[in-house]
Design a protein around this ligand. Structure first.
Ligand code: F6P
Length: 374
């Protein structure tokens, strides 16, 4: 009798721990349940193009500690894939590939965007299951996403290292941290690294408040400061412009008006490096302290996963295999406390886990005298 088969892909930005999850899932599927595991290259694009290989135990060995993803990844969406200059919906093509390959279902390792794409495929009739990965920690329905713990270590070490040079030169150093529209990484690294100012998307900032906090430090004899700024952090005015554009998307069904508002959102999202440079220049002008900027960028996503991420990814990957074998589909495999939960994709897609303004980390930052820009 032919072996039962399941597909797997990684989608969205890469994240430390992806290989650990692929290994945990693959080894359990093959070793415990006797399945064949079909790995698709480069996310949903490779699936649509049926670029695959049947994963052997040998390919799953030795990858636990390796960063990135052995499968490759992309940000392509099944419903809007750019092919030869045209944007196409390849959902039917994907369903045909899965049927041809005799897959019982598809496991997608990704963040919030991948959950949305998986839900669309599920509604089109495909058995799908997702695992939450991202350094941003912004996936709804799970306590944690793999990749976050590693990125937190990297960003914290960077902030640690910036202290001695900022101190020696009596400078302000602004460190831009990733995280998309969530402040977890910046807040966590800023708190752990003792940043003097932490700016996150959830708390719009006023330049005046930040400059005044830095001037207060100077008055007390400390003539350097470290500012940890999330790439998604915004001034009060920019935050209002973003909220207005989002309200326009929600309020209109007119395709042209929606497209215009979406393009404005994309523009506001893309200009984070400019915002960080502007913030740095403004702080130099307002405080008289020489100011420098460090954009941490992709080093936060690269390299070997931390033990916490290896554990989380292995836990989630092996649990996903149990769900597949039991025929549980249409869910995200989530970490909740010490346990694992199957959270319906309808409760994950389109939601974002952001930092609540009264979160314990926010209170702790305020209590140790960190300026949060408000
Ligand atoms: O989602 C992970 C992440 O690194 C975000 O923090 C960042 O905004 C984004 O990906 C960068 O995306 P890309 O790899 O497409 O440049």
């Amino acid at each position: 009798m032919a072996a039962r088969r399941v597909g797997i892909l990684t989608a969205g930005g890469d994240s430390p721990g992806l290989n650990a999850a692929i290994r945990g899932f693959g080894k359990t599927m093959i070793g415990t349940y006797g399945f064949e595991v079909v790995g698709f290259r480069d996310g949903f694009r490779g699936l649509a193009e049926n670029r695959k290989s049947v994963l052997q135990k040998k390919q799953l060995a030795g990858i636990l500690t390796i960063g990135g993803t052995i499968l490759g990844t992309s940000r392509d969406k099944p419903t809007k894939m750019l092919i030869d200059g045209d944007v196409r919906d390849v959902t039917e093509q994907i369903l045909a590939v899965c049927a041809k390959e005799r897959l019982e279902g598809l496991v997608c390792l990704g963040g919030g965007g991948t959950a949305k794409n998986a839900l669309r495929l599920s509604r089109a009739g495909l058995n799908v299951l997702t695992l939450p990965k991202t350094i941003d920690n912004d996936v709804a329905g799970t306590d944690a996403t793999f990749g976050f713990a590693t990125a937190l270590e990297i960003a914290t070490e960077a902030i640690d290292r910036l202290h001695s040079t900022a101190h020696s030169h009596h400078r302000i150093i602004v460190a831009e941290v990733m995280g998309h529209r969530a402040g977890w990484l910046t807040l966590g690294a800023g708190l752990a690294g003792g940043a003097d100012v932490i700016l996150i998307p959830e708390i719009p900032y006023s330049i005046g408040s930040i400059a005044s906090a830095i001037r207060d430090r100077v008055k007390k004899g400390t003539n350097f400061s470290i500012v940890a700024v999330a790439e998604g952090a915004r001034s009060v005015d920019d935050a209002k412009a973003l909220a207005a554009a989002e309200a326009r998307v929600a309020a209109t069904k007119d395709p042209d008006a929606r497209l215009a508002a979406k393009m404005e959102i994309a523009k506001l999202e893309l200009q984070h490096e400019g915002n960080t440079l502007r913030l740095t220049q403004q702080l130099e002008q307002l405080t008289g302290l020489e100011s420098r900027v460090t954009i941490l960028g992709y080093v936060q996503r690269g390299g070997t996963p931390s033990p916490i991420d290896r554990l989380l990814a292995t836990r989630l990957g092996t649990a996903a295999a149990d769900f597949v074998a039991a025929g549980t589909w249409g869910v995200m495999v989530a970490a909740q406390g010490d346990g694992i939960a199957a959270v319906p994709l309808t409760k994950v897609a389109g939601r974002r886990n952001t930092v609540p303004p009264d979160h314990a980390w926010v209170r702790a930052a305020r209590n140790v005298g960190t300026c949060l820009g408000d």
